[in-house]
Write a protein that binds this ligand. Structure first.
Ligand SMILES: Cc1ncc(COP(=O)(O)O)c(C=O)c1O
Length: 376
């Protein structure tokens, strides 16, 4: 038995994921949070905060900045200065702030699609122009169509939103791919906002995460890197993320945009992040083993179903499954009717696809598979 085999009832806990469906029969495998209890060191740290019993305003513990800098040095090969780190109550707010900081209203934000839908929603919400470049499916993976990308650039294009590893494509962009992207962006004076929230969820052990900011001093000066412990350690509800902005002017402008709009982070957020990064390594390794097994299991099962096509993911616990050849219309809706709540690909700009979150106990995943099979 793995600790991740434990089935925990999340219904009626106001869980965004589990309480979405009024039909209690539906197993939710949509939004990206995991059905696993957080690592014991995190639970202990949160208990300590509760026991102290005073919940005034909090600053970031020095040790957390130190731990983050050490982590980036060892895992990303990146020497980050403390003043470059801007703590945020979520990563999506970092996307919204980057959009508003870098581009004016008549200017444009570019991204490859399909993509994590808040990239598009935040751009629209900010009233900026949205420029979409379709991802290219090549050699069994989703990659960037560099010619199409460069051809889509206009004088209005000011920011490129990169999702690496990619949600929902599951791609870990290589150093070479990112070099190409960087050269194009530098040539056209486009700032890159790199959302790397899934960087510690690499499933393919032959792949290594590379932060685009580490490619050169110029890259460092023209990027905003967004990171968080939230996906890896399943603490998304605690709201703790960071933007790393080495460029002083860009960071000053980002802070101006942020002023008065973002709440301070709580002691719970900081202490959970600290415990995760400082003491969560063993749990994290075990999690990856479990996720890789779930991934393999799902891959084998799904690809046996007529017309269903799931590509192996390089990273993330979000399977991106092509249902277009099944002959079944409105696949996500049909699945809901048999008790499986997936994300409909259409919201990511991937019509005919579904996104399935497999970060759940194996028995739950087996049940999900049985229900999917009932459609065939
Ligand atoms: C690529 C990506 N960015 C950001 C987020 C969410 O970040 P937050 O909840 O901290 O705003 C997610 C969640 O699924 C994600 O997949």
């Amino acid at each position: 038995m793995s600790i991740f085999d434990q089935v925990i009832d999340r219904r009626n806990t106001n869980s965004y994921k589990w309480d979405k469906y009024s039909d209690a029969n539906v197993i939710p495998v949509w939004v990206a949070d995991m059905d696993f209890k957080a690592a014991p060191p995190i639970l202990k740290a949160l208990q300590k905060v509760t026991e102290h019993g005073i919940f005034g305003y909090s600053g970031c513990p020095d040790e957390l900045n130190e731990v983050v800098m050490e982590r980036l040095r060892t895992r990303h090969g990146w020497d980050v200065k403390k003043e470059w780190i801007v703590w945020l109550p979520g990563l999506v707010p970092g996307i919204g702030l980057s959009i508003r900081t870098v581009a004016k209203e008549e200017e444009a934000i570019m991204m490859t699609t399909p993509v994590y839908h808040p990239f598009m929603l935040e751009t629209r919400a900010a009233g900026r122009l949205l420029q979409k470049v379709p991802l290219l499916f090549e050699n069994n993976r989703w990659t960037i169509d560099f010619d199409a990308l460069e051809a889509s650039i206009t004088p209005q294009t000011k920011l490129f939103l990169l999702c690496n590893p990619h949600n929902p494509g599951g791609t870990v962009f290589t150093k070479e791919e990112q070099e190409k992207l960087l050269q194009i962006c530098l040539k056209h004076s486009i700032i890159i906002c790199s959302d790397e929230i899934h960087c510690d969820l690499i499933l393919d052990t032959t792949k290594k995460h590379v932060s685009i900011a580490t490619l050169s001093p110029e890259a460092e000066q023209s990027t905003i890197t967004l990171l968080a412990p939230s996906k890896t350690f399943n603490i998304a509800g605690l709201g703790c993320s960071m933007a790393i902005i080495p460029n002083d002017e860009l960071r000053t402008n980002f802070l101006k945009t942020k002023a008065g709009l973002m709440p301070m982070l709580s002691a719970y957020s900081y202490e959970a992040a600290l415990a995760a990064y400082r003491d969560g390594a063993v749990w994290h390794e075990e999690l990856l083993v479990y996720l890789r097994q779930n991934h393999q299991f799902l891959l084998n099962e799904v690809n046996q179903l007529k017309g269903m096509k799931m590509m192996p993911l390089e990273a993330t616990y979000l399977a991106w499954i092509d249902t277009r050849e099944t002959g079944i219309e409105n696949f996500a809706q049909k699945l809901e009717e048999v008790g499986v709540g997936v994300s409909d690909g259409i919201q990511f700009d991937g019509e005919g696809f579904i996104r399935l979150n497999f970060a759940c106990p194996r028995t739950t995943l087996e049940q999900v598979i049985r229900r999917i099979k009932s459609l065939f």
